[in-house]
Ligand binder design. Structure first.
Ligand code: FVH
Length: 291
């Protein structure tokens, strides 16, 4: 790489509040894994002006990125050796360990960001390996689909090596807003699955609600029009609800157990009357009330 290229400012990055900031210096970044998400990450890095080396088990998936200026490595170890920042985006924890552990000598002293979805304990376990090998490990949880990467709505949760995160924050902001959530390597994965839990609860209730309104001649499309804005307004109340969860001693019930249980009973009965399953509401009653 020429000095001119190393010093060339990268094109764009997002500040800590999601706004565009000054241009950042180009960095040598390796991306291991070019599935739908890894390819989107590599593309965003190239668009940001970084020097990107890529590797994928199925080499053909690297071709469009090579056409866009990425260098292709012969194997994962060679790819990791090429970058000052190494990013892994593979299927699962097993695939990450399969490639990272034998390449320890190539990542020693470097910052490695694992954007593969794992459990918090898998992230911590990899952290124990990284500590032994003197690798600054950061775990990440991507809160976006590939098409959103580099766009204003994308954000990525990070936890682990704070200094490594701060050093490469401008590069990581190529993907979207970078949210550091703690030094515990399991923290990003725990926020990730908690947010996904909220998303799945919403989709489950919408799917079931769609079936229920259809029994009265309605449609899921009409329900979406009505439910979407209402849920957005409800989502705005989460912050007010948080202090009582953070400090259970000060917990103030937003609605009484009796009120909530009665509301859920109404939904449950309406589902049963329309011939729909009621298991979802039994779970909600258990999660929201002591009744
Ligand atoms: N796609 C999404 O919307 C979500 C958003 C949230 C975060 N996830 C996580 O990102 C990881 C990768 O997801 P992906 O969408 O890129 O997944 P695929 O398109 O299925 O690509 C999988 C890549 O992993 C490679 N791979 C699998 N096993 C191995 C292995 N043993 N050795 C080397 N590479 C392996 C696979 O290679 P190939 O099949 O092309 O040869 C792909 O590159 C994931 O953790 C999501 O949960 C994405």
């Amino acid at each position: 790489m020429t000095l001119e290229r190393r010093c060339r400012p990268a094109a764009k990055s997002f500040g800590s509040r999601g706004t565009m900031t000054n241009q950042t210096a180009a960095q040598r970044v390796s991306v291991i894994g070019l599935g739908a998400m890894g390819a989107a990450l590599a593309k965003a890095l190239l668009a940001g002006g970084h020097e990107v080396t890529v590797w994928n088990r199925t080499a053909a998936r690297a071709e469009p990125l090579v056409a866009d200026g990425a260098k292709i490595a012969a194997d994962s170890a060679e790819a990791m050796a090429a970058g000052d920042l190494v990013i892994l985006c593979l299927l699962d924890d097993a695939a990450v360990r399969e490639h990272l552990e034998p390449a320890a000598a190539h990542v020693r002293g470097k910052v490695v960001v694992n954007l593969t979805t794992t459990t918090p304990e898998q992230a911590r376990s990899l952290g124990r390996w990284a500590e032994t090998e003197q690798v600054a490990l950061i775990d990440g949880g991507i809160m976006a689909v590939p098409e959103m990467i580099g766009g204003p709505a994308a954000f990525v949760l990070y936890s682990g090596a704070t200094a490594g995160f701060e050093r490469f924050r401008p590069v990581l902001e190529s993907f979207g807003r970078a949210e550091f959530v703690g030094e515990d390597l399991g923290a990003a994965a725990m926020y990730d699955v908690s947010i996904l839990g909220g998303m799945y609860a919403m989709f489950a209730a919408f799917r079931q609600g769609g079936a229920m309104v259809r029994s009265t001649g309605g449609s899921a499309a009409r329900l979406a029009e009505l439910m979407g804005p209402f849920l957005q307004a409800m989502a705005a109340m989460l912050e007010g609800y948080a202090p009582g969860i953070d400090n259970p001693a000060d917990y103030v019930q937003p609605q009484s157990d009796e009120f909530t249980a009665a509301a859920i009973d109404l939904i449950d009965k309406s589902a049963a009357e329309s011939g729909n399953p009621t298991e979802l509401y039994a779970v909600l009653r258990g999660g929201l009330t002591g009744l």
